[in-house]
Each structure stands twice: as C-alpha cells, then as structure tokens.
Design a protein around this ligand. Structure first.
Ligand code: SF4
Length: 310
C-alpha cells in the first residue's frame, strides 16, 4: 500500500483470506469484552455503547482513495483494534465495499452485539462473518472474556443463532482455547453442543500462540488442538499458526509492518513467515522502527516480540 492511511492497514497476508486489506473502525482496544487471551493488552474497561467512534466520512474517503490508486486485495476485512460492530457505521462501510468493489468483505466480530437487530442487519451486508463462542455458560463466559456490564452469554448465543437464520453468506465460529479454562474435553463437548445449534459453515479452533494480555494464559499444544477439533466435528479446523504455510510474498514496507504490529504484536520470525520474506530484511526494518521509537521490543516466553508504541 503506497499511501499512508489512518483507518486502513495491510493488505495483510492470510492463509485463508489471501491478501486482506484491514479496515479498523475502533480506537485501540475498544471492545465489549476484555478477553484474557486478547493480544491487544488489558483494557481499563469493556463497554457496550455503540457510537461513531471514528468519523465515517474519513474512513470512506480513505477507501475511495485506496480503491482508486491501489485496489488490490483478495478480501477487505473489518477488524483490528477492538469490536467493529460497536461502530454505528460498520454496515455502511460493508455496503460501500459491496457497491464500489468486486472484493468480498469479511466481518470479524465477537458476536456480543448480534442480539441487536440493527447489528445483524449491518453484519448481513458482509460476504463472510466470523463470530466467537468459547464458553458454555455465564460463569465460563465471565471467566474467559470479562465482558462489559450487561453483555451476557445468553445474548451472545441467541444473537449468533438469530444471525444464522438471517444470513446466507459464509458464517464461521471461532472457538478459542485457553489451557486450564476451557481446554478439557468435557468443556469442549459443551461448547460443541452450543455451536451445533448455531449451525455455522466452519468452526475455527484457535489458541494463544501470540502473546496475550494476561501472561498467565497458556496456549494448548498442536496435538491437543487436533484432539479437540475432533470433538467439534468435521466442520472444525485448527487455525492456530504453529506452522502456518507461507502466503504469497508481499511488499514489506515499514508502514505495512507498523499497521500489522499495531493490531497484532509479533516476532520477526512470525512476520517473515506471514510475509514470506527473508528474516534478515524483516529484522532490519524492525530494528529501524525500534530506533525511531515507533516500535518496542519485549521478551516473552524466550522470544522477542515487537509491540506498537502508542
Ligand atoms: S480478543 Fe477480541 S473480543 Fe476479546 S477483548 Fe480482544 S478484541 Fe475484544
């Protein structure tokens, strides 16, 4: 991406989505939950009030500019620094993508606001939607996700079920496994029974392979993940990038790395794999960004992770 944008980032290489342009409609870590495994860090408080968190006119102006001067991506994805459906204009962005490009749109949401008919109507404008279901009752939901006051597990499940009834595009459910919280086979059996009632097209099984907010949160092993995927049935696939195959090579500019790391802290090795680029050239760019004060490097679990410096 030649131009520098405030609300667009990437395209980010993705195994499933190819080159995915990100649209970030939410100020950093503004979310209806404060998940123990969140890579964005710990938030002071979760909230559920919907608003125009960033100016819609500026987001659409950036999309117009990107479409005119670049326009190359396999998907355009609403994701990034928090929960995109908190923005009252997220449906308008999806409508713009549909009306002005041939690129399929993707909404990555935690599903907590899908009990609201206006949120479901906006989400239905996406071609692909991914929601979350990693708990089986209110207590496990509170423990894993630490939601905002008033955000309940019942609303989450009923909202996701209602959306499936109304949405004919591709719906996937992400089940995020945290060691010792929802990693027992009996926990996953209860989650599987609920996921079945939603009837998604796909189930993505994930775990905390990148550094979470809570350093006590542990990922499960690839072998455990494979066993749990069997409980969730044939639609389930482990998507944690233990050894993710490389996506096609993309240009790795400092802005591209900054845009990605702002939303997902990463090691140089992970970035080299993501971008299918030589490790030494990634390290050189990261070192320059650290020297500039735009990134900081921190040791986690014996590896050096790069974080955005706010
Ligand atoms: S993991 Fe996603 S849903 Fe959970 S707090 Fe972070 S941004 Fe919000």
């Amino acid at each position: 991406m030649a131009n520098s944008y405030k609300y667009l980032f990437g395209p980010v290489p993705s195994r499933r989505l190819g080159r995915s342009l990100g649209v970030d409609l939410i100020p950093f870590k503004t979310c209806t939950m404060n998940c123990r495994f969140c890579q964005l860090g710990d938030s002071a408080c979760a909230l559920s009030e919907r608003a125009e968190y960033v100016p819609m006119a500026e987001v659409l102006a950036e999309l117009v500019q990107w479409n005119e001067f670049d326009g190359q991506a396999d998907h355009i994805t609403l994701a990034g620094s928090g929960e995109p459906t908190l923005h009252t204009g997220f449906g308008e962005v999806l409508r713009w993508i549909k009306n002005n490009t041939d690129i399929p749109s993707v909404l990555l949401s935690n599903g907590t606001l899908f009990h609201l008919p206006e949120v479901r109507a906006g989400a239905a404008l996406a071609d692909k939607v991914k929601v979350t279901l990693s708990a089986w009752d209110e207590a496990s939901f509170q423990q894993i996700h630490r939601p905002a006051p008033g955000v309940t597990f019942k609303q989450l499940v009923e909202g996701e079920r209602a959306f499936r009834q109304e949405f004919s595009g591709e719906l996937s459910v992400e089940v995020f496994i945290v060691e010792g919280m929802n990693s027992a086979a009996s926990d996953v059996e209860k989650i599987a029974a609920l996921v079945e009632t939603i009837n998604p097209d796909r189930i993505d099984l994930n775990t905390a392979v990148r550094p979470p907010a809570d350093s006590g949160v542990q990922a499960i092993s690839p072998e455990q993940l494979a066993k749990l995927a069997k409980i969730l049935g044939p639609k389930a696939e482990g998507v944690a990038s233990f050894k993710k195959p490389s996506a096609p090579a993309l240009e790795v500019t400092p802005e591209a790395l900054l845009g990605l790391i702002q939303r997902h802290p990463a090691t140089a090795g992970q970035l080299a794999k993501d971008y299918n680029a030589p490790l030494d050239s990634i390290l050189k760019t990261l070192d320059a960004l650290v020297a500039d004060g735009r990134l900081c490097a921190e040791e986690r679990d014996g590896e050096t992770y790069y974080f955005h410096r706010a």
